[in-house]
Design a protein around this ligand. Structure first.
Ligand code: ATP
Ligand code: MG
Length: 215
């Protein structure tokens, strides 16, 4: 089994997340993609205003029609800060040796990885797939790979060998200039978010009056 682990705050989940996960699922022949909303994201100090339960409920609605997508509450259930190292180790324990794990993250998120908890250890645990995102360049990842992980990748290599037989891949996904921040801003201004996220998520947001106070 090839399993994608797709972490994020998903505040809220949107079409950028979904098209990324679906593209990577196909391109890397993943059997399942696990969406893992974080409970208390260490990199986003302001606590989200809407609570973990709503973020989980929205992901549940967003992925309901895709049999390969699953919601994991492993981070949401854990007390304390959400660390990716702990999450991957938890999946290794529960899924066993049969599962080949692929950690999915956008290039914007990877550019912050040096500030994460034990990033070197994380890169030893599983495969990594770094996806494109409008406004960010894969080239910016190379200095980080050299400086912090002692790797010396060929410029523009699409695949880089990691310790312990794992690989790091750079993957192009369709460019959607959508972010949760932008959606929260639009909702705070009482503007439409139609076509930015799935309809069941939009109706959930509107019926629960979420993000109405954001600026
Ligand atoms: P925020 O604006 O609150 O940071 P976001 O839109 O960046 O929200 P996150 O939950 O932070 O969403 O992102 C989760 C993961 O999805 C990250 O790895 C991020 O790079 C990726 N991602 C989010 N939006 C896109 C997009 N439009 N295209 C490609 N990747 C994306
Ligand atoms: Mg983000």
């Amino acid at each position: 089994m090839r399993i994608g682990i797709f972490g994020g705050t998903f505040n809220p989940v949107h079409l950028g997340h979904l098209i990324t996960a679906e593209t990577l699922r196909q391109d890397f022949a993943l059997d399942r993609v696990l969406f893992v909303p974080s409970a208390r994201p260490p990199h986003k100090p302001s606590p989200d205003r809407i609570g973990t339960e709503h973020r989980l409920a929205m992901v549940r609605r967003a992925i309901a029609d895709n049999p390969a997508f699953e919601l994991s509450t492993v981070e949401a259930d854990r007390t304390g800060t959400s660390y990716s190292v702990k999450t991957v180790e938890a999946f290794q324990r529960t899924l066993g040796d049969e599962a080949e794990l692929f950690f999915l993250l956008g290039i914007d998120a990877f550019l912050d990885i040096e500030s994460w908890h034990q990033p070197e250890r994380l890169l030893r645990l599983c495969h990594f797939i770094i996806n494109s995102r409008p406004g960010f360049s894969f080239a910016d990842a190379y200095p980080i790979l050299c400086r912090s992980f002692g790797l010396s990748p060929e410029p523009e290599a699409a695949r880089i060998a990691l310790p312990a037989g794992h690989s790091l891949f750079f993957a192009e996904v369709p460019c959607l200039e959508i972010s949760s921040t932008r959606i929260r801003t639009l909702l705070g201004q009482r503007r439409s978010v139609k076509y930015l996220l799935p309809e069941p998520v939009e109706s959930y947001i509107l019926s629960h009056h979420l993000y109405a106070e954001s600026q």
